[in-house]
Design a protein around this ligand. Structure first.
Ligand SMILES: *Cc1c(COP(=O)(O)O)cnc(C)c1O
Length: 332
């Protein structure tokens, strides 16, 4: 296994000065809805609005002095780019962020705000990656990948350490799933502590590259859809070296969430839990609201849902929550 529990403890020691231990908030409305005891891990409360600061900070702290002098480059749908920009700025390192044209303006602005250079390249994550490879060759920049890297996975795993500390007897965890860095790291921790903890990956309905790859038995390419959960789009890399195998061996099941379910969950979290999250930050709640867990939930079953990003265009958000303002749910 490419990332061990020790690696995750080492990441925790390294990144702690830069990272918040985020709250695990009980959700009365989601608990009433599904009959379990539901708590939401609010990791969008990191400074950059997403958990990706954990992995990016751990990766950049591990660079040699010579690599730091060359600067870093990342290909990102937004939250990873923001995290790399922020971590690099704190350590005084040059950062170049390459994005596909599908990325919402709010996320482009979010990266520029940290002083990183932004390059927009192509209509897909894969085209953006080709542009980054060219810049690595021509300018000597060091790549900070979004998920398929042991330091990134170990950094994301620190979220699992917090979960375990705050709720040692949790039984099921719902993890938004894209490239699988988050799920791999968190599952590594939880399964080491207790193999009976159920780890559920929550993927896009269509365009979920990891879900499709798990079904195929090997990494596959996907079409990139326009989705509210844009942080969950993008491929896992046909040459995936770490996250695919880790997710495959650690995850118990994967559910797929469609667009309407994401919108409803964003509205639910706003009206009932008073939270503002992006689409990817609502998919764990969507799993419960849509009744998509593939097992029945015993009364009081302890379920943690990870909500890891809030980079949403607020005009779009206002439209979504007003469209779904008539939601009436037991326990509200
Ligand atoms: C990146 C991201 C995810 C998925 O993380 P992976 O490690 O790519 O699986 C989930 N939620 C948010 C908000 C993200 O930015």
């Amino acid at each position: 296994m490419s990332v061990s529990l020790q690696d995750i403890f080492a990441a925790d020691r390294a990144i702690r000065p830069y990272i918040r231990h985020t709250p695990l908030m009980p959700s009365a409305s989601l608990s009433a809805l599904c009959g379990g005891e539901v708590r939401l891990k609010l990791d969008f409360l990191q400074d950059t609005g997403a958990f990706k600061l954990r992995g990016a900070t751990n990766r950049i702290l591990a660079l040699s002095a010579e690599e730091r002098a060359r600067g870093v480059i990342a290909v990102s749908t937004g939250n990873h780019g923001r995290a790399v920009a922020s971590a690099a700025a704190r350590l005084g390192i040059r950062a170049v962020i390459v994005m596909s044209a599908l990325v919402p303006q709010v996320k482009v602005d979010g990266v520029r705000q940290f002083g990183a250079e932004v390059r927009i390249a192509g209509g897909s994550q894969d085209e953006a990656e080709a542009e980054a490879d060219a810049l690595i060759a021509s300018e000597g920049l060091v790549s900070v990948p979004p998920f398929d890297d042991p330091h990134i996975i170990a950094g994301q795993g620190t979220l699992g350490l917090e979960l375990l500390r705050d709720w040692p007897d949790l039984e099921t965890v719902l993890v938004p799933l894209s490239g699988g860095g988050l799920l791999a790291g968190v599952a590594r921790v939880l399964k080491s502590a207790n193999p009976d903890i159920r780890v559920v990956g929550v993927s896009l309905g269509s365009g979920g590259a990891m879900a499709d790859s798990l079904e195929a038995g090997h990494p596959v390419e996907v079409e990139e859809p326009q989705t509210l959960a844009d942080s969950l789009g993008g491929g896992i890399g046909l040459n995936n070296r770490h996250s695919f195998e880790m997710v495959r061996s650690l995850v118990d099941c994967v559910v797929r969430i469609d667009e309407d379910e994401i919108a409803r969950a964003m509205a639910h979290m706003f009206w009932h839990d008073r939270l503002v999250v992006e689409g990817a930050g609502a998919v764990a709640a969507a799993t419960l609201i849509a009744g998509k867990l593939p097992f029945s939930i015993p009364s009081g079953h302890r379920i943690a849902g990870l909500s890891c990003g809030n980079m949403v265009d607020m005009h779009r958000f206002a439209d979504i929550v007003s469209t779904h303002s008539g939601m009436s749910i037991a326990g509200s």
